[in-house]
Every structure is written in C-alpha cells, then in structure tokens.
Design a protein around this ligand. Structure first.
Ligand SMILES: *Cc1c(COP(=O)(O)O)cnc(C)c1O
Length: 386
C-alpha cells in the first residue's frame, strides 16, 4: 500500500523522520469515543509514554481523554497539552519527592501507588502541604500476559505494584493514614496483548480485590485496569484500527461494576501505534557473501523496539516498482543489534529509495535517543505536508 504516503512531499525533506497520519489517529479516537457511548462508566486516559509528540498530544487532548503519566515530565506535558489535572493518573515505582509535590500542586485525579514505602511518603508530603492525596493502590495480579517477556508487567517477579497477598496489610495501612483519599485499585498486566482471555483473568482478579476491600469497610469508587491492548504489526493497513469493541466488551461481561464506580483504561499503543511510520532513505545496498544488506539512514536510536524487544515492524520500500528481493535491513549505528529486519522481502532496492517502517507511532519517537551522537528524528504530520 505504498500509495498511502505522499512520497513527492518527502523528496524535499531530510531523513529519517516520523510521519504521522492524523486522519488515522482521529479515526481511532472516534472509534473509541463511539464505543464509550455504550459504556458510560468507562473513562480513557492516554498513556503519554507511548508518544508525547505535541501534535499528537494536542489531538488526543481535544478529543477529551485524560492522561496516564509515569513521570513529572509527563504530567507537565499533559497539562501543557490542555489535559485537565482531574483526568491525570500517575503511576511508577520510583516517584521522587519532587514529582509527588508537582502532582499534589496540580491536584491530579489519582496517584497509582506501587509500594507501602511510596504510600507513606505521599501521605507525609500531602500532610506537609496541608492537603490530601487521591490514591489508588496498584496491585501486581501475577498474571502472565501473552506478550514479549520484556513488556509483561503483571508477574510476581516484576517490579510493579503490590503483591495481592499483602492486601490485608494494605487495608490496615490505608485506614491508618490521614492525608490520603483512597479511591480504589489499579492493575496493568503488560503491553501488546491480543488474547482477550488475559483481560478475562484480569477482570476476575479485580472482582476479588474489590469484594475484599469493600467487605473490610473500604469502598472503591475507581477501578483502573491499565492498558495493554495490542495492535496488528503484521498487517497495519488491514488492522489499522484495533478492535476496541471486543476489548471493552470483555470488561463489560467479566468485571462487576456497581452504579457508583468508574472503570478507567490507560491505552497507549492501541491509540497511536498505527498512525506513525518511520521514513528513511537507503544509504547503501551492500553486497556481502551470504546476504545483501539494505543500510538505512535510520538506526536503533530512532526506533529501538526491534533491537530492544526483537519486535517485528513491517518494512516497505515505497519508492521501488521492481520485483521483491530478500535483504537484511539495518541501521548505521555501531551495534550488531541495530537491525530492523532479517531476510525481509522488499521491492528491489537502490540507494536513495524511501523505506517505510510501519506501526511505529507507539514507543518509537518517545524512545529515541542521540546514541552515537546522532540527531533525534524529526517528525511531520500529514497536515504539515499539505
Ligand atoms: C505503559 C503503561 C500503559 C500503556 O500501555 P499500552 O500497552 O501502551 O497500552 C498503561 N498503564 C501503565 C501503568 C503503563 O505503564
């Protein structure tokens, strides 16, 4: 589907850059909004770490979603983008005093608290500020999500959340602290999850937790099931918009909600992944004894997921009309892991061709670095290039 890119507009631009299709982003957001009409107690918070590009944040903010933040920097970015503090959730195992103070100053919707130690510091800092902190307790559900190990977060051995078998201590602690306003519970089992069965398990864990809290005199007003819905990396055109209907329905059917409760979602990847593409030019096509290498001007510093998680991204030569050949597609960075794909079929490739690395809108630009003293990648939206 090479024709979805305005190649003639790319000709004048320095590569590599991220290209964002804001039409697709809006279509995705509207799909979610339509689905939410049948789930009035559900609220979506965009997980900013997936992509904090201001143009993207602006569109998401105008759509009315809240934000899920994992640092003080993300809280500031959310507020700058116009997302109200009353819709900001804040997770992370290592919130510093400075970050906690920032969140208290803005009176955010909720701290998702990941340890007793953190809860005590939040209570203390809120006391010093003569205020109360809204908190939910993040539990580690010990569910192994069907995803890459590196992006599973809900197993006992992961650093996230408080173990479920410590629930009685949690309840005691929450009751004893004077400067916190207890809202409920938070769980997040990982990312790129396509097995709805994982969310069924999550729902049943939530039901048990809520019953335990309420039976011990702590009512729960807010339940947050995190994010993690996966996308179709193998066919980004066919699977451009994830199946939000099935996703929300899994919770509708399995998670018990009373009429006073809200159910919060923190979607990152599923909102932004498919709208972003990393565009690069071919610097060399290198012949070697057993392979041919397509060497791009984009590297692992621009998009680290293949090197870091062995993640698959569809790669296309969007310039070449020729028959496909087999190549390894690599970057210029001095690391053997700087590989975007091995034994990839690409239309016969030449120096100067444009290569599109698809589904790169999530955890692409936001994870870019200047390793090898390379420049950070540029970015353009479809509207920038009109
Ligand atoms: C990263 C993260 C998310 C978003 O995950 P996606 O897989 O991008 O939807 C949601 N909640 C928390 C706490 C996270 O750390």
């Amino acid at each position: 589907m090479a024709n979805i890119f305005p190649i003639e507009k790319f000709d004048k631009l320095e590569t590599p850059f991220y290209y964002y299709d804001t039409h697709l982003l809006r279509r995705t957001l509207n799909t979610i909004k339509d689905e939410l009409k049948s789930h009035p107690q559900y609220e979506v918070h965009y997980a900013i770490k997936a992509n904090a590009n201001p143009a993207i944040l602006d569109i998401i903010s105008k759509c009315g979603f809240g934000a899920d933040c994992v640092s003080g920097g993300e809280i500031e970015a959310a507020i700058k983008a116009g997302i109200p503090a009353s819709k900001i959730a804040y997770a992370g195992v290592g919130k510093t005093d400075r970050e906690i103070m920032l969140a208290l100053e803005h009176n955010i919707m909720c701290f998702n608290v990941e340890s007793f130690e953190e809860l005590e510091i939040i209570n203390m800092l809120a006391g010093e500020k003569k205020t109360t902190a809204n908190v939910a307790i993040r539990f580690n559900p010990d569910i192994k999500a069907h995803t890459i190990d590196n992006i599973a977060t809900g197993k006992k051995e992961n650093k996230f959340g408080i173990a479920i078998d410590m629930i009685d201590e949690v309840i005691e602690e929450v009751k004893s602290l004077g400067n916190i306003n207890f809202k409920g519970i938070h769980l997040h089992i990982g990312s790129q999850i396509l097995e709805m069965e994982d969310f069924v398990k999550l729902s049943s864990t939530v039901n048990t937790l809520v019953e335990t809290f309420e039976s011990k005199g702590l009512p729960i007003s807010d339940i947050n099931v995190g994010g993690g819905l996966g996308i179709d990396y193998s066919d980004p055109d066919f699977g451009a918009v994830p199946d939000f209907k099935s996703y929300f329905n899994v919770f509708k059917q399995n998670l018990k909600l009373n009429e006073r409760q809200k159910l919060h979602f923190e979607l990152g990847r599923s909102i932004v992944a498919q709208c972003g593409t990393l565009i690069s030019r071919v610097t060399y096509v290198k012949r070697a004894p057993i392979k041919e290498f397509v060497i791009l001007d984009a590297g692992m510093n621009d998009l680290v997921r293949p090197a870091m998680y062995k993640a698959y991204h569809k790669i296309e030569n969007i310039s070449s009309p020729y028959e496909p050949k087999c190549y390894d597609v690599v970057g210029p960075v001095c690391e053997s892991s700087d590989v975007f794909g091995k034994d990839i079929m690409l239309n016969e490739t030449h120096r100067g061709d444009f290569i599109a690395i698809r589904s790169a809108g999530a955890y692409g630009e936001s994870m870019a670095s200047t390793y090898n003293l390379r420049k950070l990648p540029l970015s353009y939206t479809d509207t920038d290039l009109q």
